[in-house]
Design a protein. Sequence first.
Lengths: 117, 110
Amino acid sequence: DGGITQSPKYLFRKEGQNVTLSCEQNLNHDAMYWYRQDPGQGLRLIYYSQIVNDFQKGDIAEGYSVSREKKESFPLTVTSAQKNPTAFYLCASSMPQGKTGWNSPLHFGNGTRLTVT
Amino acid sequence: KNQVEQSPQSLIILEGKNCTLQCNYTVSPFSNLRWYKQDTGRGPVSLTIMTFSENTKSNGRYTATLDADTKQSSLHITASQLSDSASYICVVSAGDKLIFGTGTRLQVFP
């Protein structure tokens, strides 16, 4: 059964610590994305990757880092430089977007809720 | 400024009733409009994707409409079920960007 797996579902960390969120997909999708969801706000794009070994900053990349060493995996590291890291993080994947824009549907994982105290 | 606004913010209905959620957008250039359903604590799931030329699209009890002239979309839910309780998110594709609305929180009570 194809899908996107995010782990862990809940994560608690002390302020000042880096933390890595896992995202794995078996949909054979080239493109993968990380979004952040906060109450009362629309999803905001952190990073995205259209192909292995390449990734681009989204709208709110500061304080985050990613890697894309394998097609199936796109881990997100929340660093101590991120000022407000407590949030619900969503990973998504899709077929490559066309040159004219975002035309392929996004498939989301079930998220990781990160709490930093 | 590209913007997607949804109304109402929240909605409570009784099981079996119909409801309509609204999405207004100011986005350019417009590529497509999507509706997602997000259960509490889960990731969004795609309901429909509508392009400029599509006025109506159905997915079971969900029917989305798009008026590209007035830049409005609606999601109509027929004969609501308890499992329809969720947030419904409108997303508009603007060239190389996706603009997300803040969602409508729907609660269906027995």
